[in-house]
Structure formats: structure tokens, C-alpha cells
Ligand binder design. Sequence first.
Ligand SMILES: *[C@@H]1O[C@H](CO)[C@@H](O)[C@H](O)[C@H]1NC(C)=O
Ligand SMILES: *[C@@H]1O[C@H](CO)[C@@H](O)[C@H](O)[C@H]1NC(C)=O
Length: 342
Amino acid sequence: MGSPGYVPLILALSASCFRAAAQLPLVINTWPFKDATQRAWDTLHSGGLALDAVEKGCSQCEFEQCDGTVGYGGSPDEHGETTLDAMIMNGNTIEVGAVGNLRRIKSAISVARAVMEHSSHSLLVGESASIFAQNMGFLSEDLTSNTSLSIHAEWLSKKCQPNYWKNVFPSAKTSCGPYKRKEGQWSKRHRMPAHVVDVHNHDTIGMIVIDKSRSIVAGTSTNGATHKIPGRVGDSPIVGAGAYADSTAGAAAATGMGDIMMRFLPSYQAVEYMRLGMEPTTACQKVIARIQKYYPKFFGAIICANRTGGYGAACSKCPGFNQFHFMVHNPSGTSEQIVDCI
Ligand SMILES: *[C@@H]1O[C@H](CO)[C@@H](O)[C@H](O)[C@H]1NC(C)=O
Ligand SMILES: *[C@@H]1O[C@H](CO)[C@@H](O)[C@H](O)[C@H]1NC(C)=O
């Protein structure tokens, strides 16, 4: 029956459906890393598969050093060295290739793909991963830049502040290391220096591509947390944490405080929510809410895409971070999209 409220309701529904209309193919990535989005889209357009599109898209960021937080020459560790973490996951076969703490090789996501395609392993780390990469034909070169040198020099001049140590002697709040374990009474409370990984330190590209054949691939690439303790590997190369893809359900990719987020396997969880029929936006929000129960002030965001090309995102509100920007490209065009944090 034509009640007065009926027509406006339909209009409102179709408006929201139009906004997140499910269309394929789809490229979606964290942060306004536009060139990466375009490169992935162009790769699909010229006949590439989802796997190629994710590799090329993330490679673009590694090459451009997106915000200094992806690729060489950014986020030096305590020794001043830049090391890289990356992953790629094939949602058709549930194969994964990843590298953690990769040294002296610029193209981390391509090395991750080589781990997937030229070994039966899923994750290689550190110096040995670099040797693997060299054997696979990747060039070994210094990842240091003038920027990473100056970030490290400034950190040293500020008595190594901020840093990621706790319960050590001498106090990590006032001194550089080397540190020793502090015996006796100490606080068990979590200490995460908010200004180490924050909104100005975007930290990761996470990308999901669904191609015309409905193959879903997800990938990540990052140079990790600035001033990290050497050996630290974040969430990005950890399957289910940094990203996850299953062509029968969908994919997700996370960004933010990896040390916290990886404890919740947020990308895996989001995909499982979508498998149960949840809308991508709701799946993303539920994952963020779960982490907030334990870490109410954590900085992080996640993108979600279901198998028919519906997508969404969510982020955790914290000081200086109220909105999360991400990129979408589908047959309707390319756009930078914004979501309000919860
Ligand atoms: C770093 O700075 C030095 C001195 O200013 C300059 O000569 C050199 O070309 C710079 N290196 C890079 C990689 O930009
Ligand atoms: C995917 O998400 C879109 C947009 O939210 C929705 O319309 C569509 O029904 C979802 N597809 C599946 C298979 O759940």
C-alpha cells in the first residue's frame, strides 16, 4: 500500500546500495595510496590476474616509498636499518608467501610471491630470507636513505625516545640501551608509545583484488614500526593478521598497531564473519570492536571485501584519528573513500 513513508524508505535503501554497489572487478587498499590502486587496476585491465594486480599494486608503493612507511629508506629500527615485511595470499588455493624482517631487498612483496611459488614454505625471515631472495634473482642493495639516517640520528640524540622496551634497566623512558631485565616489582600494564606508530606513520599498504574470474587475492607490504627492536616482525606478514583471502568468502587487510592487532587475527576473523553472511562494513566493525574490548585506545583500521565485490572498512577512534581513508577502484571508477572511526 502507498503509505507516505514507503517511497522515501526505498529511496534511502537504493542510495546506500548504490554507494557500496557490489561490482567486479574490485581493487581496494588501505590509505589514499592512489598510484598503487591505479597500478593494480591497470594490471587487471591489461589481462593480469588478481595475483599480479596485488603484487604490482603493492610494488608501486614499495617503489614510491608511500608515506615513508612502505619500502626502502623509512622506519629505521634501533640500529638504523630499514627491514621489510610483506605477504601475498591466493584465495583460490589458500597458498601464502611471506617475508619478515627482510634485509637489503627492496621488492618485498615480489619476494613473498617467490616464497609462495618457488617453495613449499609460507614465511621466511631475516638474513636467510635475503639469501633466498638473492638466489631467486633479486638485487641486494642498501635500504638506507638520508631520511632514515636522519630519523635514526635524531632518535639517538633524544636518548632513544620513544622505544618499545618495558621492565628493563636502565629505564627505557630515560636511557638508551643496552638494557637488562629488571628484577623484582614492575608494572604488567601494557606500554605502547602512541607516537611511534600513529596517524602520521601510516605503516602499511594492505590490498585486496577480486578479478573477473572471481579469484580473490590479498597482500601487504610495510617497513614496519619506526625504532622497532631489531628482529621485530609485525602483523603484515602474518596470515590472518595482516591479511586473509578465501575466494569462497572474501578478504580483509589490516593496518595500524601491528603488535596489538596480530593478537586477534583480525583479517581472518573478518573473512569468517563475511562467510556467515555479514555485510563487509559490519564484519570490519565487529573486528575493531573485539580489539577495543582489550585495547580501547589502539590505533588501527581494516578493509573488508566479500566475494561479490561488496566492500567496507572500519577504524578505531583514538587521539588524532577520527576517520580512515582508503582507495576503491571498480567498474564505477576510482575513488578515495572515508569512514568514521568507532
Ligand atoms: C644524501 O645527502 C648527501 C649530502 O647532502 C648527498 O650527497 C647524497 O646524494 C644524498 N643521498 C641520497 C640517496 O639522497
Ligand atoms: C556483499 O556485500 C554487498 C554490499 O554490502 C551485498 O549487497 C552483497 O549481498 C554481499 N554479498 C554476499 C555474497 O554476501
